[in-house]
Design a protein around this ligand. Structure first.
Ligand SMILES: Nc1ncnc2c1ncn2[C@@H]1O[C@H](COP(=O)(O)OP(=O)(O)OP(=O)(O)O)[C@@H](O)[C@H]1O
Length: 220
């Protein structure tokens, strides 16, 4: 599903990633942890094709992404990868339903189909009653669940989440974490989650520790 081979990345003279090899299977929930500045976000952005490595290979769902040109890459990204960020990044002037429908519209779905799929996703999140609300009229937890619905609307191969519960209180945080596992059980959805939350990391199938630009080897 996700294969990274020999990924390196520097910003100026700072080498952030020093050779990352990682394979993630379909339906796996993997957490990425490590100290601040370790390169977790950089790794997630490279995995999600938002940034390019200096060297190494990224293969997503059988496609070697380095080979795609910019146009093909953005279509590929819109279809194959869903993103959830710490701050929901919903568009304030659009309703919850419209926000969720946007990736489907970008993909070329008709307006009717995009709305229908968006509504299905909102129902899956238990948010059907909030479909016509704008982000300012939603609670923090609801906004983050709308962001998850938006990430899922094109049924991507993987959802990549960067500190998804970092701005939520304990109750909303736990609800969001439960939702990830529920979506994996119901849809077979793959998740890669960068987190500082030890509770979440301990529940995931696998925890990847990034230390000094490399994956820390698990003690046997
Ligand atoms: N676009 C950029 N230009 C220059 N330096 C960058 C850039 N992006 C990240 N960095 C640097 O690379 C290092 C790794 O950043 P990254 O955001 O990947 O860390 P992180 O492990 O996600 O940290 P945190 O837990 O604090 O979010 C940091 O030292 C950061 O300042």
């Amino acid at each position: 599903m996700i294969e990274l081979e020999g990924i390196t990345k520097s910003f100026g003279s700072l080498q952030v990633l020093k050779g990352i090899d990682l394979t993630i299977a379909k339906g796996e929930i993997v957490s990425i942890v490590g100290p601040s500045g370790a390169g977790k976000t950089t790794l997630l952005q490279i995995m999600g094709t938002l940034d390019r490595p200096d060297s190494g290979r990224v293969v997503l769902n059988g496609t070697e992404v380095n080979r795609l040109n910019e146009k093909a890459l953005s279509a590929f990204r819109n279809k194959e990868i869903g993103f959830v960020f710490q701050f929901h990044q919903l568009l304030p002037e659009f309703t919850a339903l419209e926000n969720v429908a946007i990736p489907a519209l970008i993909r070329g779905e008709s307006a009717g189909n995009a709305r229908r799929k968006a509504m299905e996703m909102l129902e899956l999140m238990g948010l059907q009653d909030r479909a016509s609300h704008k982000p300012a009229e939603l609670s923090g937890g609801e906004k983050q669940r709308v962001a998850v619905a938006r990430a899922l609307v094109n049924r991507p191969s993987a959802v990549l989440a960067d500190e998804p519960s970092g701005s939520l209180d304990t109750q909303n945080k736990e609800e969001l974490h439960r939702l990830f596992f529920d979506l994996r059980d119901r849809l077979g959805q793959t998740f890669v989650i960068v987190t500082h939350d030890e509770g979440l990391a301990s529940k995931t199938d696998r925890t990847i520790h990034i230390i000094d630009g490399k994956i820390k080897k698990e003690e046997l």
